[in-house]
Design a protein. Sequence first.
Length: 211
Amino acid sequence: MTRWLGVALLPRADHLRAAVRLQADIGGEVRLQPPLHPDGNLPHVTLFQGPFENTLVPQEALELIGTAAFDSGLHGEVPLSSTGVVYQPTGWLFLALERPPLLEALQKAALTALDRHLDRASFDGDKDVSRFTGAERASYERYGYRYTGEAYAPHMTLGRTEEETALELVRSARDRVDLPKEWVFDRLSFYVMGQHGAHAETLLERPLSRT
């Protein structure tokens, strides 16, 4: 049976709570979807997500990715600078983050561990990719996921709303919200995908420090 799963970086506990508050502050009277919650849809930075065959053993894959992270120099915590609230078609608000080489290496490690387990027959061949960039289309065709390789765009998803509302929230974000300059991540997560790829259920967690 196909399982829709993902691997992500999770914020440190205090920054996780701050990201939940940020979604509410950015949205104001608009309830962005899906709602973030410390005990529900977690704020996260996706490394990869998609449909997987039963050959995938999440614990083994997460251990491989975590070991690669440690070997790449990710020891304990990863601070990432935010580059602002950005709009992503259609109707999405992202908190964009920097993309240092260590994070690129971590995604490559995830792809190496997960690629052979992908259920490519479950990719959505009818998906509208007309507003994807060329790199995003190439990523989607190869992995069934928009943001890999050149197209990798580290971010925390703040939610989705009507198109014009999303554009206005992005335009006014800096005037209404004091955005933290840095976010700290301290663990990897294997999760069950929910609405719009949300971090709906945590299967496994692994600290970035070697244990």
